[in-house]
Design a protein around this ligand. Structure first.
Ligand SMILES: CC(C)(COP(=O)(O)OP(=O)(O)OC[C@H]1O[C@@H](n2cnc3c(N)ncnc32)[C@H](O)[C@@H]1OP(=O)(O)O)[C@@H](O)C(=O)NCCC(=O)NCCS
Length: 150
């Protein structure tokens, strides 16, 4: 079973592999490089030996106790095995331990798999934002309160 541990800067090449398999327009190499550096305390990788399976990146809004899930991705061959859920649980625990009171994320309204996962973890739909990334690119903003849960 994959180990879930905090992301380290040396995991950069693993992030490239995961991101490349999961998103057609994923984060830039520069941003992926910076995730463990800036957000390593609240971001996690699922890995078995030298084989990365997925990651979650989470960060605080500066100067607040509000946090965001920036990315969640599981490589296609490792999906439907509970890894995404375990990653999210680790991210939420890490955020709560670091003092987060509420966590937000955005998701495409058509991404039923991810939405089911988030609903199952207690997220609710906060708002639907039209043109979030540009014309026609609606996103759901989902929210979860973290107080007194872990
Ligand atoms: C979304 C994603 C992270 C899910 O990862 P996963 O490891 O397959 O998810 P899990 O196996 O932990 O599933 C947990 C729950 O999510 C839901 N779920 C996950 N994938 C689903 C799917 N394809 N269809 C329906 N429900 C799904 C189920 O409710 C499942 O609950 P269960 O335990 O009762 O079956 C993965 O499909 C992925 O990386 N997709 C591409 C990137 C992406 O869309 N990321 C989210 C961006 S907001």
């Amino acid at each position: 079973m994959a180990e879930i541990r905090k992301l380290e800067p040396e995991d950069f090449h693993y992030l490239l592999t995961i991101e490349g398999e999961c998103f057609s327009q994923g984060y830039s190499r520069y941003f992926l490089k910076m995730i463990p550096v800036l957000f390593g305390n609240t971001s996690y990788i699922a890995i078995e030996g030298q084989c990365p399976q997925g990651y979650v990146a989470a960060a605080f809004r500066q100067g607040s106790r509000q946090a965001w899930i920036l990315s969640l991705a599981v490589r296609p061959r490792y999906r439907q095995l509970g890894i995404g859920k375990r990653l999210m649980q680790a991210g939420l625990r890490g955020l709560a331990a670091a003092g987060a009171r509420e966590v937000f994320l955005s998701v495409s309204p058509g991404n039923q798999g991810a939405i089911s996962l988030y609903l199952g973890l207690g997220f609710t739909v906060d708002t639907e934002v039209r043109d979030f990334f540009g014309p026609g690119e609606t996103r759901l903003l989902m929210k979860k309160d973290l107080e007194n849960i872990y």
